[in-house]
Design a binder for this molecule. Structure first.
Ligand SMILES: [Zn+2]
Length: 89
């Protein structure tokens, strides 16, 4: 099975579990399922804001909201993975 290294956290995994990181990174890069939440949050930001922040302060605020969203998605994912692991044990 072909492997890849996540372009964000450097974790190695099977290639068929990798994700397209656009627009955060180039298409030829790959990211893991956990780091893909940063990609999802960035895509949501693009759809809702299209990068048209009115000021540097607004841009910083928008960026913090993207990071908060990505963090929430990641934490929910990790919590559900831990729950599944508990059920398997
Ligand atoms: Zn990763």
């Amino acid at each position: 099975m072909e492997k890849y290294k996540c372009a964000i956290c450097n974790k190695e995994d099977k290639l068929n579990r990798s994700n397209n990181p656009e627009p955060l990174l180039e298409y030829h890069e790959r990211v893991c399922i956990v780091c893909n939440h940063y990609v999802t949050a960035t895509r949501i930001y693009q759809i809702t804001k299209a990068g048209n922040s009115a000021s540097k302060a607004q841009f910083a605020n928008d960026l913090v909201n993207v990071i908060r969203l990505a963090y929430s998605l990641r934490e929910a994912h990790l919590a559900s993975m831990a729950l599944f692991q508990e059920e398997e044990e």
